[in-house]
Design a protein around this ligand. Structure first.
Ligand SMILES: [Zn+2]
Length: 141
């Protein structure tokens, strides 16, 4: 099995498993791979950094550890500086985009069709890669 990090033409990032790189090519040619956010079939592989095995040095964080620390910092920053709006995200983002509400940093959830609509309206919102997505707060603010 081989895992690829993929990106659709709208920039949504996701991962998928394939039995081989030829399997990926076959599914890609047949447009069997769809973006889980918007259903787009224009999928490309993300540029990946090589995973180095056995090169971890003592006293120095590995790439994975450094990434985990960075991702945790990003999650914490978003949680502290952005208001969680839950599933009202699309409504809130649109209202700000059209000046009906004062702009403020928010995060929340959208459906796939809402995400697509926001893209089409030119709203500068982007899905967070799972590593950077903060835990859902217990109660929306
Ligand atoms: Zn997409």
């Amino acid at each position: 099995m081989i895992r690829y990090a993929l990106t659709c033409s709208l920039g949504h990032e996701f991962e998928a498993w394939f039995s081989s790189s030829a399997d990926y090519d076959r599914q890609q040619d047949a447009a069997l791979i769809a973006c889980p956010v918007c259903g787009d079939h224009a999928i490309t592989k993300q540029i990946m950094a090589p995973a180095l095995k056995g090169t971890r040095r003592k006293g120095r964080a590995s790439g994975a550890q450094a990434f985990a620390a960075f991702a945790s910092k990003v999650r914490e920053t978003i949680r502290q500086t952005h208001d969680y709006v839950g599933d009202r995200f699309a409504d809130e983002a649109l209202a700000m985009h059209y000046g009906e509400k004062d702009e403020k940093p928010i995060y929340g959830e959208t459906t796939a069709s809402e995400a697509k609509m926001l893209q089409e309206e030119g709203v500068p919102a982007a899905p967070l890669p799972p590593a950077f997505a903060p835990q859902k707060p217990k109660k929306p603010n």
